[in-house]
Design a binder for this molecule. Structure first.
Ligand SMILES: Cc1ncc(COP(=O)(O)O)c(C=O)c1O
Length: 373
């Protein structure tokens, strides 16, 4: 059997990682400004993470959600404190798409409605409702095109208020910072008006912090810059530093109902051990603060480079937009300078490094980038 060929691959096999560096099978070292797509939060192969996961797999890797799992309870308490949503409840699953799927489902159970508002260029995952809320016709299969979703222009308060005023909207789903869409930031004014309009019309406000959350923006959640709270927050990627996991943070206004949500693997012992180790390291090494500090430096320095048309972002979630397509530049960064980066569309290079990126590593990246511009 061969692999189902859906990924355009670089001809590189990564076999080892440490901190913000990865190595291929030929021994070449790369600086990782991509974090395996915003997944690596505390750095590759962190010793504490290795120890906690190894201990757990040697004790109990999995048991079902039909018995008490103390690690889940500990994770809920710790995460609530770390992110400032300590009166919310946590539901655990295995991926970002599942987190959004459950968030949208919960919203519909709550107010009985079926219309969703999403934002133009949004990405929310590849499963049924999550993909329908994703503004990319190419990945919405006919079976997923069920006309639940209206896409709104980002930061257009009047358009948003007009749709919500119809009174039939189940939920608005919005990324804390748009990632796939090219690192686009919602304004404070827009987010505050959105919060008010959702309250006025009993619409559920879902913040997708799967890419922008878990400290990446320099705050625990990117929407915390906007001075609002969500009814539901979805997380994944950084929560497990590579261990597949997702979470739904749920306001006390939702009443849990036995059997309404559920999963076999979600919140298993091994995943919880990974997520607890991530929180330990984030706190011990002040990684949210590090993302803010190193990110601010990087953004400032990138803005001085005349060849870059625009630099957008917060913390260690940064988009560099170029006048010309970036395909060639990204390939040179990888092949000649041994730097991994991400992309958004054809003109934006996306930086999503581990949150432990040091000032020296940021400077090293700037040096390598400038040498080929
Ligand atoms: C903002 C956002 N939401 C949802 C997802 C889907 O997450 P997953 O690939 O874990 O299903 C992603 C993944 O890139 C994302 O960036």
């Amino acid at each position: 059997m061969e692999l189902f060929d859906v990924y355009p691959l670089f001809d590189i096999q990564i076999v080892k990682g440490k901190g913000c560096h990865v190595w291929d099978d030929k021994g070449t070292e790369y600086l990782d400004l991509y974090g395996g797509h915003a997944v690596i939060s505390i750095g590759h192969a962190h010793p504490h993470y290795i120890e906690k996961i190894s201990q757990q797999v040697g004790t109990l890797g999995f048991y079902s959600n039909s018995v008490i799992n103390g690690l889940q309870q500990e994770l809920a308490h710790r995460l609530g404190k770390a992110c400032g949503y300590d009166d919310y409840a946590l539901f655990l699953i295995n991926s970002g798409a599942e987190a959004n799927e459950n968030a949208l489902k919960l919203a519909s159970f709550y107010n009985g409605r079926t219309r969703i508002l999403s934002i133009q260029k949004a990405f929310h995952g590849r499963t049924s409702l999550a993909v329908e809320a994703t503004d990319n016709a190419k990945i919405i299969a006919p079976i997923n095109a069920n006309h639940h979703v209206t896409y709104l222009p980002m930061n257009d308060t009047a358009a948003m208020e007009q749709e919500l005023a119809k009174g039939d909207v189940c939920a608005v789903i919005i990324e804390g910072i748009q990632g796939v869409g090219g690192i686009q930031l919602p304004t404070d004014e827009y987010m505050q008006a959105l919060r008010a309009a959702c309250d006025a019309h009993d619409t559920v406000l879902i913040l997708d912090e799967i890419q922008s959350g878990y400290g990446r923006s320099g705050r625990f959640f990117a929407h915390q810059y906007n001075g609002i709270k969500a009814d539901i927050v979805t997380v994944a990627k950084g929560i497990g530093n590579g261990f597949p996991m997702g979470g739904v943070l749920i306001s006390p206004k939702f009443t849990p109902v036995y059997g309404q949500l559920g999963t076999t693997f979600g919140g298993n012992h091994l995943a919880c051990a990974a997520a607890l180790a991530v929180l330990d390291v984030m706190e011990e090494e002040h990684l949210v603060e590090n993302a803010a500090r190193v990110g601010e430096y990087l953004i400032h320095e990138l803005k001085q480079i005349p060849q870059i048309k625009e630099v957008r972002g917060r913390g260690l979630m940064i988009g560099m937009e170029f006048e010309q397509p970036i395909k060639e530049l990204r390939l040179r960064l990888l092949k000649e300078q041994h730097v991994f980066t991400g992309v958004s569309g054809t003109h934006v290079i996306r930086l999503l490094p581990p949150l432990c990126l040091s000032m020296e590593e940021a400077q090293e990246f700037l040096r390598r980038l400038k040498s080929i511009l």
